[in-house]
Design a protein around this ligand. Structure first.
Ligand SMILES: NC(=O)c1ccc[n+]([C@@H]2O[C@H](COP(=O)([O-])OP(=O)(O)OC[C@H]3O[C@@H](n4cnc5c(N)ncnc54)[C@H](OP(=O)(O)O)[C@@H]3O)[C@@H](O)[C@H]2O)c1
Length: 246
């Protein structure tokens, strides 16, 4: 088991990539704190982990609410006494033409995808320094190149890569590794606004000719948070079926 005795927080653990990662991390021995707003989904993920013989708790937390971020970290320490792995994975996407995109929508995307991970990193860092732990941030291929109409999303995901690198540099000597993962187009509810025709187009342009599955992001995420990646910090792992080559 790659994460035996480790304590992992997975934000956005209620769905998609986070759900697959929470289940995989638990199967590898981690005690997982599954965070998100959707209580029904969160409880179902925890039950799934327990049914597999793993250990997990759900903390209902809105990443836009500072009190909820405090609650998430406090509950983790109360339940398990330490933090080894922080997976900042919660995220939202709003893609609208410039003239339709509101300032509120822009702020919501930036606050969820960038400010909340910053707050989580800042508040978890004292605990991570104690355990020589690790942070993984979910960026996106949209943070490396562009998607049309993806004003806030691309900006937030690019900035998250920068945040990852600065943290990696500043905390390497203190024993904390910080990396980012950039999923390509992955079959999760975040793609609900993509219609069948758009999906066929996307599948045709991806060199591997298909979208990714959440488990195909969770497995490289496991690598980055495990000791197998003990000499990797400040890196950005692209997991995209080759679409950034096009
Ligand atoms: N799927 C893709 O094609 C793709 C590609 C590149 C990057 N990504 C990134 O991968 C990450 C996971 O997305 P996904 O594809 O797995 O989509 P998803 O299934 O929609 O999951 C998004 C997760 O984020 C959580 N979340 C969103 N806003 C939140 C908030 N205010 N507070 C707390 N949790 C919040 C959701 O939880 P609740 O609803 O329970 O709050 C949910 O668990 C995101 O950062 C996304 O940008 C996805």
């Amino acid at each position: 088991m790659k994460l035996k005795e480790k304590v992992a927080i997975v934000t956005g653990g209620t769905s998609g990539i986070g759900e697959a990662s929470a289940i995989l991390f638990a199967a590898e021995g981690a005690k997982v704190v599954v965070a998100g707003r959707n209580q029904e989904n969160g409880r179902a993920v925890v039950q799934h982990i327990k049914d597999q013989g793993g250990e997990a708790v759900f903390v209902q937390a809105d990443m836009l609410n500072t009190d909820d971020i405090d609650k998430l970290l406090n509950t983790t320490i109360e339940a398990y006494g330490k933090i080894d792995i922080l997976f900042n994975n919660a995220g939202i996407s709003v893609a609208k033409p410039l003239e339709e995109m509101t300032y509120e929508e822009f702020d919501d995307v930036m606050d969820t995808n960038l400010k909340a991970p910053f707050q989580m990193c800042k508040q978890a860092m004292p605990y991570l320094m104690k355990t020589k732990g690790t942070i993984l941030n979910t960026s996106s291929i949209a943070g490396l190149s562009t998607n049309s109409n993806s004003y806030a999303y691309s900006a937030s995901k690019s900035a998250l890569i920068s945040l990852t690198k600065v943290l990696a540099r500043d905390y390497a000597a203190k024993g904390v590794r910080v990396n980012a993962i950039c999923p390509g187009i992955t079959e999760t509810p975040i793609l609900n606004t993509v219609n069948g025709e758009q999906m066929s187009y996307l599948e045709a342009i991806i060199p591997m000719q298909r979208v990714g599955q959440p488990i195909e992001i969770a497995k490289p995420a496991l690598f980055l948070v495990s000791d197998d990646a003990s000499y990797i910090t400040g890196s950005t792992l692209v997991v995209d079926g080759g679409i950034t080559l096009v």
